[in-house]
Design a protein around this ligand. Structure first.
Ligand code: IPE
Ligand code: IPE
Ligand code: MG
Length: 253
């Protein structure tokens, strides 16, 4: 039985977030430059997006470039940006074919004009698609997002536009992920056990899944395997196991 067949279609997460990690190590293992790993990571992106679309998930968020990644050697940053431009260009027809809508979170204003032009073109072209929402985290960091929200709240308060008392719901409206559910599942590849400044607010109760597989080797079945693992977990949200069982049995009566 494949992992895809093992998935319970009635209990799918609506939002999966992925930290795509391990491109550099994958290339090094093969005696190649880091950029070779990034190029091969594009296949894993395609597989993951297709897998999410096949399951009719609502949201897939991919961490593609963090605010910290600017600190990498300039040659690698440039290569990542040109890879982003060419991938957006080459993959847009596939996004259209699969009814996928692309959006981006992060400080995209700091990306080059070339990147912004291609990104905006794909966002505009796919805007009316109604299937999977593919969200690229570009020049994103969780702390940047929270500070940005705080500044927007400050500005709205000063302008007398903040009518309600602050609450989790009001605060979440100021995040770049407004209108998106929090991820139920976070996948990180390459055997690293950390969040790396990704979706700090939104991951509060997310199930975390770590795999040693390096990103360029990640395929549909790896994605489905993570979902099967997720479906075997008990999400308690602070309650006890017994409380959840009681609730389940009252629902089944
Ligand atoms: C992930 O792979 C890609 C980006 C962060 C852009 P890495 O480039 O971080 O690969 P490792 O972690 O060095 O192996
Ligand atoms: C996290 O990966 C960022 C992305 C996947 C875009 P990194 O490889 O940059 O993370 P750290 O620096 O090792 O934590
Ligand atoms: Mg890394």
């Amino acid at each position: 039985m494949t992992y895809k067949e093992k998935i319970d279609k009635s209990k799918l997460p609506s939002h999966i977030a992925v930290i795509m990690d391990g491109n550099g190590r994958w290339a090094k293992q093969k005696g190649n430059q880091r950029i070779f790993g990034h190029r091969n990571g594009v296949t894993a992106v395609r597989e993951t997006v297709e897998a999410a679309a096949e399951l009719a998930l609502s949201f897939l968020t991919l961490y593609a470039f963090s605010t910290e990644n600017w600190q990498r050697p300039q040659i690698e940053v440039d290569a990542l940006m040109s890879l982003l431009v060419s991938s957006l260009h080459d993959e847009t027809p596939t996004l259209m074919k699969n009814n996928i809508r692309l959006t981006a979170i992060g400080d995209t204003s700091a990306l080059s004009a070339d990147v912004n032009k291609e990104l905006q073109a794909t966002i505009d072209k796919t805007a009316k698609n109604t299937g999977l929402n593919l969200v690229l985290a570009l020049n994103y960091s969780g702390r940047w997002e929270i500070i940005r929200a705080a500044r927007c709240i400050q500005a709205d308060a000063a302008a007398g536009k903040l009518k309600q008392a602050m609450s989790e719901n009001v605060f979440a409206e100021y995040l770049t992920t407004r209108n998106m559910p929090d991820p139920e599942l976070l996948i990180r590849t390459s055997g690293e056990y950390r969040i790396s400044n990704f979706l700090l607010w939104q991951l509060a109760y997310t199930e975390l899944y770590f795999t040693p597989t390096l990103w360029p080797d990640f395929r549909k079945e790896d994605f489905f395997k993570a979902i099967v693992d997720f479906q075997q977990r008990e999400r308690r949200f602070g309650k006890t196991s017994e409380q959840l069982e009681q609730y389940e049995s009252s629902q089944n009566q």
